[in-house]
Design a protein around this ligand. Structure first.
Ligand code: A2R
Length: 342
């Protein structure tokens, strides 16, 4: 089974490359970035368990490709002839999309169009793929942000909930999902689309909330920061998965789900950010003061987003394996190591 991953140098793409390679897929990784030159540094630093830094260019084939270059994407797909395309490449930040709406829409919508077209052009001449459908399977990664601002009474959100995006990022992901499903309907492409809720783990950027808390708590524990954690709005409730559960869901969606469709990828439980912070502060062993920083609060933050994962469970038997506590533990330990070495 040959699997192409776009956005493979990103947070989730790196974990997915390791997950697929461990499950016996032949992985071809691609991204707009060259894979990091210090590849192996994290692995050496943290022991064998460093799935966020896979061996691109060695065990895992790597090809640089800008998904906005339609010809390059077409050539990549024709040359590599994958059974699965895991499409993760994106401008992935909702906050950045407010500053850069054009880049966000171009990357996420036209990038997806290029991937879909690349497969559509190849599919008629493609010898039977090793997937359940015998066609190239495309996993299009969307977002819970597509649902937009919903009332707490509507939780947990099922896939049939209205889609009312509240940022250019959310619009781009809603358009990506609609476009991918339109290619399934109009051209018979084998598309599975996700609406992935929040996720975290080691190596996620500090611009996301839980890594930011984890870093501050690790610095407090190491005596490198006074016992004060700066936060934005910690009253919001989100549905968090450990990134290891997310990439296992993506692999199972490629390997085991029959037919096309849209699936929530989520834990089904709400986590108030204040409660996540309590756990991280406990790991620090200190009694930290929490300080509101208005610069960290997003305007018009969505108050609560919790998903229903029943459809995904039914389709492939996936269920999350990591609790909130083990997810936060892995994150905290990663930041502890990094803070110690800085
Ligand atoms: O923006 P960069 O330089 O960090 O590169 C990102 C890459 N990317 C591209 N790859 C090919 N052609 C492009 N034109 C292009 N623009 C951006 O996609 C990055 O290496 C990768 C996305 O990874 P992250 O930003 O770390 O996102 P994450 O958290 O791994 O999310 C994966 C997927 C995305 O579709 C999100 O929208 C969704 O899950 O939540």
């Amino acid at each position: 089974m040959r699997s192409l991953i776009t956005g493979a140098c990103g947070f989730v793409g790196s974990y997915l490359a390791s997950e697929l390679a461990s499950a016996g897929h032949e992985v071809i990784a691609t991204d707009v970035n060259e894979f990091p030159a210090d590849e192996g540094a994290d692995r050496r630093r943290s022991g064998a368990e460093a799935p966020w830094r896979p061996a691109f260019g060695r065990e895992i084939a790597y090809r640089r490709c800008d998904i906005l270059d339609a010809d390059a994407v077409k050539a990549l797909i024709a040359d590599t002839r994958p059974d699965n395309v895991f499409h993760l490449a994106a401008q992935s930040s909702a906050a950045r999309s407010l500053e850069e709406p054009r880049l966000t829409l171009e990357t996420n919508v036209f990038g997806t169009l290029n991937v879909l077209e690349g497969v559509r052009r190849l599919a008629p001449v493609c010898p039977g793929a090793e997937t359940r459908s015998g066609k190239i399977r495309i996993l299009s990664v969307g977002s819970c942000e597509e649902y937009g601002r919903r009332s707490p009474g509507e939780m947990p959100l099922g896939e049939k909930s209205p889609v009312e995006p509240a940022s250019p990022y959310a619009v781009s992901k809603a358009a990506q999902t609609m476009l991918a499903m339109q290619y399934a309907r109009s051209f018979g492409l084998d598309v599975v689309a996700t609406r992935s809720f929040s996720h975290t783990g080691p190596a996620q950027s500090e611009r996301f909330v839980l890594p930011s808390f984890a870093r501050q708590c690790a610095e407090i524990k190491a005596g490198k920061r006074p016992p004060v954690v700066k936060v934005g709005n910690i009253g919001v409730v989100r549905d968090f998965l450990d990134v290891r559960d997310v990439v296992r869901a993506y692999r199972m969606m490629a390997d085991e789900v029959d037919g096309t469709g849209v699936y929530n990828v989520c834990s089904g439980r709400g986590l108030k950010l204040a409660d996540a912070l309590d756990i991280l502060v406990r790991f620090s062993g200190a009694s930290a003061r929490i300080e509101q920083d208005s610069a960290l609060a997003r305007p018009a933050d969505i108050e609560v987003l919790v998903g229903d994962n029943a459809k995904l469970r039914r389709a492939c038997g996936w269920e999350p394996r990591h609790s909130t506590e083990t997810m936060l533990q892995a994150l905290f330990e990663y930041w502890e190591r990094l803070v110690r070495e800085r």
